[in-house]
Design a protein around this ligand. Structure first.
Ligand SMILES: [Zn+2]
Length: 166
């Protein structure tokens, strides 16, 4: 983490449908992977990767009226696009000067690599963590992890029958 410095550029982001766009001055303050259950659900993903920006270095450049806000009982607020549902802004009451933004929405560099993890003990056993992958025969564009540490239950693998038939 560093103190805010003079702007070295701008990083732009947008939601899936393009109704909402925003930008931050780079470098961002920091970036991290958030494995907490709340972020997992809010993103519908194994974990969320955020870029933290000082609020004063963050600007909504398009579609302010399309943003909907959900305030949780724990003092956090999550804003998302009312048209396409993309998560946009994650705010925490204890950090009023910061906004946390999904890294995936940025098209370019943000000046920070996500070197940190929050809630790593919540990493899901089904999350992909870089195991070697090989092409799946007969399914162009599909790769898979040939061996598993844990035995999968039958019916867990939609390609199981297809492989046996090959
Ligand atoms: Zn949208």
């Amino acid at each position: 983490m560093t103190k805010p410095t003079a702007s070295a550029g701008i990083a732009k982001a947008q939601c899936l449908c393009g109704a909402v766009a925003f930008e931050i001055d780079v470098p961002a303050r920091w970036a991290w992977h958030d494995h907490s259950p709340t972020s997992r659900r809010a993103h519908g993903a194994a974990y969320a990767t955020y870029v933290g920006s000082w609020r004063k270095r963050f600007r909504i450049t398009k579609g302010k009226g399309a943003i909907t806000r959900y305030e949780d009982t724990d003092g956090t607020a999550r804003s998302f696009c009312s048209r396409c549902g993309t998560p946009l802004i994650y705010e925490r009451a204890r950090s009023p000067h910061m906004v946390n933004l999904p890294r995936a929405l940025f098209t370019g560099r943000t000046g920070r690599q996500p070197l940190y993890h929050i809630g790593i003990e919540e990493l899901q056993e089904w999350a992909y963590t870089g195991e070697p992958l090989v092409p799946l025969k007969g399914y162009p564009g599909v790769v898979w992890q040939r061996t598993k540490k844990k035995r999968r239950s039958a019916g867990d693998d939609p390609f199981e029958l297809a492989r046996e038939e090959v």
